[in-house]
Design a binder for this molecule. Structure first.
Ligand SMILES: Nc1ncnc2c1ncn2[C@@H]1O[C@H](COP(=O)(O)OP(=O)(O)OP(=O)(O)O)[C@@H](O)[C@H]1O
Ligand SMILES: [Mg+2]
Length: 352
């Protein structure tokens, strides 16, 4: 039996969270039990003591390594949301040239000290332009995932108010945060801020907001990455384009990329008998997001009907249905008048 002093010592060290002392006292107890001929009990005590200490060390180490979660507080809370996406660049299906451009941005960030030693800075203001569902928002998440940086999404509806002074003050808060906390800052569907607003009396106001944004963008010399996206390049101001270090253009997927996108989504399914040429014929003109949804439609049906095996017909049908949905939505009366651009023709129709 342990002595009263041993018991008290054990309880006290545990209550104080003094793991090392708790461990030492348990070992002392094990030794005294062994002397009393309680070999099995002594062995159990040592094993338990070592396991507890090891568990404690692992927990402390992983807590130390974890990236501190930066959460926007106070006024910033209504202006941006924060996340730590696990998305990586290789989750995106993109033309090789686009992959290279994005890979280079990541490398410049990773090796920014090296660039700085030679008087250079990494490019960190990036504009992503292209049709809905082509991976622009996902790219911002992937850049954040690759660099292990938080992704801060600017909530444009919280930013833009009727009052110019207020909007400028909010923009200032956002750019202060950009300078203070290194992260990927996403101005998604950026045309809301950069576009020429519809009503005549709104244009002057929109322009002033845009100008103050441009000024902040220009002055920014932070360590953060600023990513803006739009599927309305024709609405954006020329002056704005000049402010970005890099403009990455996204396109609807070509035939090989159509097939790759669908195959990637169906990795865990049996697709050995699919005639991909037929599927690609039916799928031309669909975005990556549409293709993934069509693949999921077909997969869901397969699972419920016969198991994880997909054939050409089920994929072609799913792809056609997706095309029809988009066609119908575009023909519907609610479609806003949009500029004659191939990008904007299907704007929002597929990604909502
Ligand atoms: N290039 C791609 N590779 C792989 N998956 C993609 C790609 N593009 C889109 N997707 C899929 O479609 C979803 C929606 O894509 P995302 O939101 O990035 O499109 P977007 O270009 O931002 O569209 P929008 O202009 O409508 O905002 C993604 O979460 C992903 O599942
Ligand atoms: Mg998007």
């Amino acid at each position: 039996m342990p002595t009263a002093a041993q018991l008290l010592g054990l309880i006290k060290s545990h209550a104080q969270g003094d793991e090392e002392r708790f461990h030492a006292l348990t070992l002392q107890l094990a030794a005294s039990e062994e002397r009393r001929g309680h070999g099995k009990l002594a062995e159990d005590l040592r094993r338990l003591a070592d396991a507890a200490l090891e568990q404690r060390r692992t927990a402390t180490e992983s807590a130390g390594k974890a990236i501190p979660l930066a959460r926007p507080r106070g006024d910033l809370a209504g202006l941006m949301s924060a996340g730590y996406p696990k998305t990586r660049l290789n989750h995106l299906v993109l033309p090789a040239a686009t992959e290279r451009q994005l890979g280079r941005i990541v490398e410049e960030q990773r090796q920014r000290w090296k660039l700085r030693e030679h008087g250079l800075s990494p490019r960190q203001k990036i504009l992503l332009v292209g049709p809905p569902g082509s991976g622009k928002t996902m790219t911002a998440a992937a850049l954040s995932g690759e660099l292990g940086l938080p992704l801060f999404s600017i909530l444009l509806h919280g930013l833009i108010t009727k009052f110019m002074g207020e909007t400028a003050a909010k923009l200032r808060l956002v750019f202060d945060a950009i300078a203070q906390t290194r992260g990927v800052y996403l101005f998604d569907e950026f045309d809301a801020i950069g576009g020429h607003r519809g009503a005549d009396n709104d244009v002057g106001e929109a322009r002033r907001i845009l100008n103050s944004f441009l000024q902040f963008l220009e002055e920014d010399e932070s360590e953060s990455l600023i990513v803006a996206t739009t599927n309305h390049p024709e609405l954006l101001d020329r002056a704005l384009f000049r402010r970005f270090h890099l403009i990455v253009e996204y396109e609807l997927p070509t035939r090989p990329l159509i097939i790759e996108t669908m195959k990637t989504r169906l990795l865990t399914f049996d697709i050995g008998h699919v005639d991909w040429d037929q599927v690609a014929d039916a799928a031309e003109g669909l975005s990556h997001a549409d293709l993934i949804r069509a693949a999921e439609d077909a997969a869901r049906e397969a699972i419920l009907e016969r198991g994880p095996s997909l054939d050409t017909t089920s994929l072609v049908t799913a792809v056609r249905q997706r095309s029809n949905v988009i066609g119908e939505r575009n023909a519907g009366p609610k479609q806003p008048p949009s500029p004659p651009s191939s990008h904007s023709r299907r704007r929002r129709a597929v990604s909502d």
